[in-house]
Design a protein around this ligand. Structure first.
Ligand code: FA5
Length: 343
């Protein structure tokens, strides 16, 4: 081949390859162009194969020309590669439409159950009145739940609190016969046995009764027992504690308190406590109470004439209903998030 023709051929190749590289529309096609021109079986190597046919100094000259052409084309391909890569990232970002001004997804937090909130509120108020908080067992013996509270077997008062018995733990001995406690009063004798008066405690906790449910009765609910034993304690102290408690609990909202005579074998006299809130005309029973019975002192090995005290048992769920304006006690354990999210 005449040398002029070969140089011409190289120039044509150079022009064509550079144009193809510059016009490559995307990365896959750039890759195909690279293979076509610079690949092992590509057009550049076809030119190189023709070199041995050229003689002497000219071969060296053409060789240098081809080497520099190869390096030019590689640089060009490298630059085009980065350009196309940038373009494709930009296109992707645009198509995915990332808008950094859109607010992030909120992380949702849990919160306390309304009954827990009310229980803590009640605890704080009684703490401020000098009471200690004590907890007791929910699985209890018949003895502490009934007998020690002056409610022996076959006593009609037992029928007032229908009981869940633990069928694998039955015994003729009341101390070994187990049940789910029906009242937080189970802690009265338990606590007095281990602590000498004077004392001032509350016992919040869960209790269970085997009874039909309705808007104000559940089979599982919560009570707060109160016990204050000292010298010279009377119903006046009980009334004062209730008044102070309800004033604080309802944040100075108007609360009327009514005491009705009530019967509980472990107090004498016994009362039922009703309250009426704001301008409502409805009384709601919230507690049973009274002066601790001498028989209960005896069960706790206290000398009855020496000490007096009062005890009360408030329905915590009923308080929560009044506090939040809830009209059905069954909502608390319905597991309905629409209800729970409101608190
Ligand atoms: C008692 O349980 C006594 N232990 C209270 C007591 C303690 C009296 C100390 C004297 C001295 P009673 O069964 O009435 O009493 O329940 C007390 C309160 O618990 C009621 O006033 C009511 O507010 C609440 N309560 C009772 N039964 C239910 C129920 N099924 N569901 C929701 N709350 C209830």
């Amino acid at each position: 081949m005449a040398i002029g023709n070969f140089e011409e051929k190289i120039s044509v190749f150079e022009k064509e390859a550079k144009e193809a590289i510059n016009q490559a529309p995307d990365l896959p096609r750039l890759e195909a162009i690279k293979v076509k021109y610079l690949g092992r079986k590509g057009e550049f190597n076809n030119l190189v194969k023709e070199l041995p046919g050229i003689s002497g100094d000219l071969r060296a000259h053409i060789g240098r020309r081809l080497n520099s052409l190869r390096s030019d084309l590689e640089t060009l391909i490298g630059e085009k590669f980065h350009k196309l890569k940038d373009e494709s990232i930009e296109k992707q970002l645009k198509s995915e439409g990332i808008d950094i001004s859109i607010p992030g997804k909120g992380v949702s937090f849990g919160h306390l159950h309304p009954l827990t909130k009310v229980e803590r509120r009640v605890e704080d108020i009684f703490k401020s009145l000098g009471f200690s908080i004590v907890f007791g067992p929910e699985i209890e013996s018949e003895y502490y739940n009934f007998d020690a509270l002056n409610i022996p077997k076959d006593h009609p008062a037992r029928e007032m609190q229908d009981t869940f018995w633990l069928k694998d733990f039955r015994s003729e001995d009341p101390k070994k016969n187990f049940l789910l406690r029906t009242q937080t009063s189970n802690m009265q004798v338990r606590y007095m046995e281990k602590n000498n008066p004077p004392l001032r405690i509350i016992v919040p906790g869960r209790v269970y009764r085997y009874e039909a449910t309705d808007a104000s009765h559940e089979i599982q609910f919560h009570q707060v027992e109160g016990l204050m034993i000292d010298k010279n304690i009377s119903m006046v102290n009980l009334k004062a504690v209730f008044e102070e408690f309800f004033k604080k609990f309802f944040d100075k909202k108007k609360v009327e308190i009514r005491f009705r005579p009530g019967y509980f074998p472990f107090v004498e006299p016994g009362i039922e406590v009703d309250i009426k809130l704001g301008d409502s005309s409805k009384w709601l029973e919230v507690a049973g109470a009274g002066m601790a019975h001498p028989k209960v002192f005896r069960a706790a090995r206290y000398v009855p004439g020496e000490w007096q005290g009062f005890a009360f048992g408030m329905g915590l769920d009923r308080l929560a209903m009044l506090y939040y304006g809830i009209n059905d006690i069954r909502l608390f354990y319905s597991g309905d998030f629409r209800f729970l999210k409101q608190f």
